[in-house]
Ligand binder design. Structure first.
Ligand code: FMN
Length: 218
């Protein structure tokens, strides 16, 4: 009798163990996106495919620029190509006409630069700014400073913990205080790197050289 009970219990335990072992288990995906090693080999979602987006997200670069006559735009395009980063053009809600840009004419650009409170409106916005760690920020020098629309841009997002690397173009002025004067528009935890000024004849190779020097690319 005892033997029969033992045999029956053993069979039930064996059955339960076998049944559980064959139950298809969907891969456990913890909130950090990692799968356990039991993920099915044939599944479309593998540990590496799940990890990849997070890894690329962590070091994603955004090249942001404002440019009215194309000089800064060319450099920004080079930088985006070299870093494989996303590109965002700051587009003013009210485009600047040639007249607006005529400097020392007391035109629109002159007036904005003379008014520290000026915040020209931007058309559109960056989607998912959270995904970017590093922002290359390009602008033309206007009367020794960044155009006021750069202040509008910086005050529109939370750059806490992000790294911003400014660059500018000009006829002849250096980057001067134009970059350090932008710091006040961002959270204290924003990491500002030294900026650099480029002339209109700057080549893609020169931009690559700069990005290597500051360890943005290898
Ligand atoms: C309103 C205004 C002010 C400018 N001020 C300066 C300046 O102080 N120093 C300088 O070297 N160039 C100055 N420039 C020239 C621009 O910085 C230069 O042409 C720049 O490369 C233009 O960039 P973009 O083609 O991307 O708009 C000024 C241009 C404008 C429109």
């Amino acid at each position: 009798m005892k033997q029969n009970i033992f045999l029956t219990v053993s069979c039930v335990i064996f059955f339960l163990l076998t049944a559980c072992g064959n139950t298809p288990v969907s891969p456990d995906v913890p909130s950090n996106g990692k799968t356990s090693s039991s993920a099915p080999e044939s599944g479309v979602t593998t540990a590496s495919t799940l990890l990849q987006p997070q890894e690329t997200t962590r070091s994603k670069t955004l090249v942001v620029y404002f440019s009215c006559t194309g000089t800064t735009e060319t450099i920004a395009n080079y930088a985006a190509e070299i870093t494989n980063g996303d590109l965002y053009k700051i587009v003013p809600q009210e485009p600047y006409t040639q007249e607006d840009l005529a400097y020392y004419s007391n035109g629109r650009a002159d007036q904005e630069q003379n008014n520290p409170a000026a915040r020209p409106a931007i058309s559109g916005s960056v989607e998912n700014m959270e995904q970017y760690d590093t922002i290359l920020l390009g602008y033309p020098i206007w009367h020794g400073q960044a155009p006021r629309i750069i202040s509008t841009f910086l005050e529109s997002y939370d750059f806490s913990g992000k790294t911003i690397i400014p660059f500018c173009t000009s006829h002849s002025s250096g980057i001067g205080s134009s970059a350090s004067n932008l710091h006040a528009h961002c959270a204290d935890s924003t990491q500002w790197r030294d900026g650099k000024r480029f002339g209109s004849a700057t080549s893609k190779a020169e931009i690559e050289q700069w990005l290597k020097e500051i360890s943005i690319v290898q």
